[in-house]
Design a binder for this molecule. Structure first.
Ligand code: GUN
Length: 278
């Protein structure tokens, strides 16, 4: 029988711990503050930003909301970030991605002070992670480490295969698993014999963005499978990059979609905000 890794329960546990840390800060007259910037009206981004604000409210973090029109120029956005960088009452700055096409995402990410980079996307944060120095870590991969640890899944010495090499998930995920002393393989669209490589994994982490692509053929018997994907199928049902029903019986533990990795991303964002506040 396999274990279903309950991201919803684990994220609630984490958020409750953060609530206590925020109470302690408030007793010292301090309250962490997150500035959330959304440009345009992308429906998925609007939902994500709403969920982030709700999580702030639950934990007791103050959130400042900047909902800017699609027509906002890069200069205007950079000016707002500059103002928030200089505002000592703001601990974290989050610019929801993707941005409209006329805005250079890299320039925006680089404009955020690394001290307030609660998304962990700034090159300085990524560089610090790479060489083992302290800094903010991208929330989804950090949340996956937390899920594994709180589910008592050992990482050190394990074969870990990460499918996907994005800057937000695949690359930082690989670095974090390496930091936890796993032996790490990163796969991508040009990887030959993907099934064979994936079947080496004791811990298989999938972030490819293709609904139900990973079937039982990709999974070694007894592996731990972490599914980062989230897709809405026709009929509105959600699914991940992993074909859950096909794969789960062959695993020792697996994350569901929804209710696996997703809730942890926001919880880790909140953790980064509280860390910044402290
Ligand atoms: N868009 C999709 N995921 C994320 C995220 O983790 N942070 C930000 N800022 N934008 C996103």
């Amino acid at each position: 029988m396999y274990q279903i890794i309950d991201g919803k329960a684990i994220s609630t546990q984490l958020k409750d711990e953060l609530k206590e840390r925020v109470s302690a800060l408030k007793e010292q007259g301090k309250q962490p503050c997150l500035a959330v910037i959304l440009v345009g009206e992308d429906p998925a981004s609007t939902v994500y930003v709403g969920n982030k604000k709700k999580a702030c409210e639950y934990i007791g973090i103050k959130s400042l909301s900047y909902e800017l029109p699609e027509s906002t120029t890069q200069e205007e956005l950079l000016a707002l970030i500059g103002k928030l960088n200089d505002d000592d009452s703001v601990n974290g700055i989050l610019v929801q991605l993707p941005l409209p096409k006329h805005i250079d995402e890299d320039a925006v990410i680089q404009a955020i002070s690394p001290k307030k980079d609660v998304d962990g996307f700034h090159p300085q944060s990524v560089g610090a992670l790479c060489i083992g120095q302290p800094g903010f870590v991208s929330c989804t991969p950090a949340g996956i480490i937390e899920l594994l640890k709180r589910s008592n899944i050992e990482i050190a010495g394990k074969e870990c295969v990460v499918i996907g090499r994005s800057n937000i998930v695949g690359k930082p995920m690989s670095l974090l698993m390496l930091r936890e002393n796993a032996t790490v393989t990163i796969c991508h669209s040009k990887t030959r014999d993907l099934k064979e490589v994936a079947r080496r994994a004791d811990i298989l982490i999938v972030a490819i963005g293709k609904p139900k692509m990973i079937t039982a053929e990709y999974v070694k018997e007894g592996a731990v499978v972490i599914d980062v994907g989230i897709h809405r199928l026709e009929g509105k049902k959600l699914c991940g990059d992993v074909d859950f029903d096909d794969v789960a019986p062959h695993t020792s533990a697996i994350t569901p979609v929804p209710g696996g990795v997703g809730p942890m991303t926001i919880a880790m964002l909140m953790k980064n905000c509280v860390d910044a506040g402290e």
